[in-house]
Design a binder for this molecule. Structure first.
Ligand code: ACO
Length: 378
């Protein structure tokens, strides 16, 4: 047998072809279907970007209006999904609630044949429009507050914040949040996108595939990192003490959350945009010790870890921005998911166009030909 190559984490292994997104980690470039993420964040709404990812082109005004109407018509959840959310313990992590409700939607809008393009597209619209409603509804339910119904006069970003907080956000806050959704909508063959494609490759339906992607995103090395960033920053007493804290973490070989990336070996372009947004927010609304600590960490990390190719990733500043928008820490990853559903679904559609079930090899490292002893001899 030819010698098998093993690449932990599939690093460097080409596992597919895609036209959806490009991550160039050497130069710090992120493209969605050819467009730079910075350009999209400046000029487009999340709805336009979702159309770009899912349909393959930026919509003109008429196409955008039609797509937006399709999404708005699907923002409300079936009562049964709300009942499922109500049945969960209030201590359930919102990602677990989102994963459960995402899978359960298939009972209400069956799309069991993954090859049925119409049913799958319906599922994609339901998920893109409905996941924000799920996250907001569960957040209200767990606090014992009444669920706020969607308001289709609002953009997806403004409606999500309204359903969550029970009051309309300012225009500035809504646009800021909209930009965050744009920045998180797509990122190539990362763990959760790959998970969605792998599950889809068995021809599992869109709901099963996307709920698996939600599960993958929930881990602290992936989407869960932005929660961990704030948890870590809160353990640092002051900005003055940040360099010593960082030195200690490096010396004791502990991970600093929000730094480092599998692909980017320079600063993540999304981190740059979020940093500018955070800086604007904090300069107009007042700085906080956490922002100052983060800034001090970034400065010192550039010296200590920059030469190793470890720079801030998207999660380093997103949590600070979300916190300033009044969002609780455990909502950060669900917010990531409600943006990334666009990228996940675009990849899933691509997988369906040219599908082969994923079945990599594994080097067997266990024993051979062991005989079964009688139960009394084990
Ligand atoms: N803090 C300290 N050291 C680090 C960090 C970090 N955040 N990231 C990498 N390193 C070190 C590693 O310990 C390793 O050191 P070694 O050579 O002495 O063993 C070296 O840098 C190479 O790092 P790897 O872990 O091999 O890098 P990999 O590409 O596998 O991991 C990962 C990338 C998982 C993102 C890692 O950087 C990490 O754990 N970061 C913190 C968690 C985080 O912020 N995740 C969010 C990623 S972005 C996203 O999912 C949206």
């Amino acid at each position: 047998m030819a010698e098998q190559q093993f690449s932990p984490g599939l690093a460097g292994v080409v596992a597919g072809k895609s036209e959806v997104g490009l991550v160039n980690g050497t130069d710090g470039i992120l493209l969605y279907r050819g467009y730079r993420v910075e350009d999209l964040a400046e000029h487009c709404t999340f709805e336009e970007v979702a159309h770009l990812l899912l349909v393959g082109k930026l919509p003109n005004a008429a196409e955008l209006a039609a797509f937006d109407a399709e999404l708005k018509a699907r923002r409300a959840l079936p009562e049964g999904i709300l009942d499922i959310l109500r049945a969960l313990p209030k201590t359930t992590h919102p990602m677990a609630a989102l994963q459960a409700a995402t899978a359960a939607l298939s009972g209400f809008y069956p799309a069991l044949d993954a090859g049925d393009r119409k049913a799958s597209w319906e599922g994609i619209l339901r998920l893109t429009a409905g996941m924000p409603t799920i996250v907001a509804a569960f957040h209200r339910i767990r606090q014992g507050l009444p669920v706020v119904a969607p308001d289709t006069s609002l953009t997806a970003a403004a409606d999500f914040l309204t359903m969550l907080n029970g009051e309309r956000p300012t225009e500035k806050a809504a646009r800021l949040f909209d930009v965050c959704l744009v920045l998180h909508a797509e990122h190539g063959f990362n763990a959760s996108t790959f998970t969605g494609r792998v599950v889809g490759s068995s021809l599992a339906d869109i709901y099963a595939s996307m709920s698996a992607a939600v599960g993958s995103l929930s881990g602290p090395l992936h989407g869960g990192a932005n929660e961990e960033v704030l948890v870590q920053l809160k353990t640092i007493p002051s900005a003055a003490e940040a360099p010593a804290w960082l030195d200690h973490m490096i010396e004791t070989k502990q991970k600093i959350m929000g730094l480092g990336h599998r692909v980017y070996k320079v600063k993540d372009p999304r981190a740059g945009i979020l940093q500018r947004m955070a800086s604007d927010l904090f300069s107009t609304q007042g700085s906080t010790p956490l922002y100052d600590i983060a800034h001090a960490i970034e400065k010192h990390a550039a010296v200590r870890l920059g030469p190793k190719g470890i720079w801030p990733n998207v999660d380093f500043y997103s949590g600070l921005v979300y916190q300033k928008l009044g969002l609780t820490v455990d909502l950060f990853t669900p917010i990531f998911a409600i943006a990334r559903i666009a990228g996940w679904s675009a990849h899933w559609l691509e997988q369906m166009q040219d599908n082969k079930i994923y079945r990599p090899d594994c080097i067997y490292a266990g024993p051979h030909d062991v005989s079964v002893p009688a139960i009394g001899d084990r």
